[in-house]
Design a protein around this ligand. Sequence first.
Ligand code: ZN
Length: 75
Amino acid sequence: MEIDLSQIYTCPHCQMETPHYLLARREERVAIACSRCRTTSLVNAVDLENHQTWWEAELQEILAGLDENGLDDEH
Ligand SMILES: [Zn+2]
């Protein structure tokens, strides 16, 4: 099984999206640690995956927005 070294998640201490290290995974529970402040969070694997998907979609939207702005400048 492939293990991700970092997952984007909302750190309760930093109160922002930060990369988290995956510490342990047991069935649907995942222990992750903030790479900034080392705060450990226990989350559902599904929630983490959903958050990761949301984050990637958000990034795509930002990148798409940049592309659109680039095209607008050409007109
Ligand atoms: Zn943190």
